[in-house]
Design a protein around this ligand. Structure first.
Ligand code: SF4
Length: 486
């Protein structure tokens, strides 16, 4: 059943992004490989997260030996809140089918991921080990409303999996998808987070910080480059520098290939909105000098951002940065800077590391989920991350990095999330173009100053969180207000 209630029973007192969980994570425990994940479009919270949640449920069914060739076994998936309101446009149901079938957003080919729902419609069985469990997407996925069993949702993006034998419940899993592909398992009774977000999350780190101010102080006190602080912390948490850099290299390659694919693809994006891909055409205009004289090369970052965002909207391979909706900004800024500066691969990795610190601070103190705080949490965060990373790559000081991130977020405060038809196309694609330009400007403004500024990044994050809490629910990825109304 689909319920389009514009006024959800979501508890406004809860803290964004799982902060009401028993053990909300500290920023220094969220690393670059948590913030940047290779996946598929169009959404990290509505596609990647639900797919990972479905895969985790499938793995549990298998590990607990519950799979059986039994016609009385029934698997049921319920999508709640924003996942239900905009899930069709975000292909949430298709992502769930792929996850239940054992696919992972990072490693499975996008074309196989998107074919799985149709396969299941034709042959409604999920193979788990040597067994097959009946699952028919049209009948067994339920589009629910804004309450769960008469209670407020633990998060606007809630999903429940249940395995039944007749009327006997064999296994249940309640998961929230909190943005950027992060998922958390929730205890249905207490509402507390019960899953560890990463191995080693209880360990201590050599350079602890949980605010932008503390991060800058750690760099200054120990006379270390910002990325050195993160590399040392990550090593203490179990990820060596070698491991980190190998994976960041893959992330850079995936970002670069998403730009390349976006610059040659053409046609209409899926979803029925009739949005035409424009990146290729704009790029050709740019190369032939046909863009307006005053725009010239300035359109480059916008075109690069649009090429990735169009790939994302088409369900292609992109990197969460920090989300899929905002996945175009960082690749565009990195490529633009690489073309104009002599940046080594290692320096580009360092830029990602610094950008991830900003993303982690936003995740910890506000939210990177459009369903929780609007687009300020997605495009705003990505802009701030890109600005900070750009300053780091161009040799700025820790204070200048913090200032660039602050400028990047400050000028997105209050930005709503109201995608038309729930598709990550309008306003999302152009919003990435604008975010990339703003990020470069924020970096330039801070590099042109000495890093002294009045409003701190920490203060802006407080404001962002409060603005998100007070934002009308219509403007938080519910398809019930703003541009979504047409
Ligand atoms: S409007 Fe912003 S937050 Fe909402 S789906 Fe688009 S990019 Fe994401």
């Amino acid at each position: 059943m689909y319920t389009s209630n514009p006024l959800p029973a979501f508890d406004e007192r809860r803290q964004p992004d799982g902060a009401n969980s028993k053990s909300a994570m500290r920023a220094d425990h969220i690393g670059p490989l948590d913030m940047f994940k290779i996946g598929v479009g169009p959404s990290s919270s509505h596609t990647v997260g639900p797919m990972i949640a479905a895969l985790e449920f499938r793995n549990k069914v298998e590990s607990e030996g519950l799979a059986a060739d039994d016609t009385d076994l029934r698997l049921e998936v319920e999508l709640f809140g924003s996942l239900s309101a905009t899930g069709k446009g975000h292909s949430t149901d298709s992502a769930v089918c792929a996850g239940l079938a054992g696919m992972h957003p990072e490693t499975s080919p996008p074309e196989e991921i998107w074919a799985e729902k149709d396969s299941l419609s034709l042959a409604p069985y999920i193979e788990v080990g040597e067994h097959a469990i009946k699952f028919q997407p049209e009948k067994d996925i339920f589009w629910q409303g804004w309450t769960i069993d008469g209670k407020a949702l633990p998060h606007p993006n809630t999903i429940r999996f249940r395995l039944w034998r007749d009327n006997q419940l064999l296994l249940a899993q309640l998961t929230v998808s909190v943005g950027g592909g992060f998922v958390e398992q929730i205890d249905p009774v207490s509402g507390e987070r019960v899953s560890a977000q990463r191995p080693g999350e209880d360990r201590e780190v050599p350079y602890p910080y949980n605010s932008a101010q503390e991060f800058v102080l750690q760099c200054q006190r120990h006379n270390k480059q910002p990325w050195e602080i993160v590399i040392a912390n990550e090593a203490a948490l179990g990820r060596s520098e070698l491991f980190l850099r190998e994976n960041l290299g893959q992330i850079l390659e995936t970002m670069e290939s998403s730009i390349k694919r976006g610059l040659i693809a053409e046609g209409i994006l899926p979803g029925g909105l009739n949005v035409r891909r424009r990146a290729k055409e704009l790029h050709l205009q740019l190369l032939s000098g046909k863009t307006p004289g005053w725009a010239g090369g300035d359109l480059k970052p916008s075109i690069y951002a649009m090429s990735v965002s169009e790939e994302n909207a088409a369900g292609g391979r992109v990197v969460t940065a920090p989300t899929n909706g905002s996945s175009g900004i960082i690749p565009a800024v990195w490529r633009t800077l690489k073309e104009g500066h002599d940046l080594s691969r290692q320096m580009m990795e360092n830029g990602l590391i610094v950008a991830s610190v900003v993303g982690a601070l936003v995740k910890t103190h506000a939210s990177i989920s459009g369903a929780e705080v609007g687009c300020q949490g997605e495009v705003g965060t990505s802009c701030a991350m890109a600005a900070a990373g750009a300053v780091a790559m161009l040799g700025g000081s820790p204070s200048q990095i913090e200032q660039a991130a602050e400028i990047g977020i400050e000028h997105h405060l209050g930005m709503t999330c109201d995608p038309i038809k729930g598709l990550v196309q309008i306003p999302c694609i152009e919003r990435n173009a604008m975010g990339a330009v703003k990020a470069l400007n924020a970096a330039a403004l801070s590099l042109a100053s000495d890093g002294t500024h009045l409003v701190s990044l920490d203060r802006v994050l407080e404001v962002m969180k409060q603005t998100g809490l007070e934002m009308n629910q219509k403007y938080k990825e519910t398809a019930t207000g703003g541009l979504a109304l047409g």
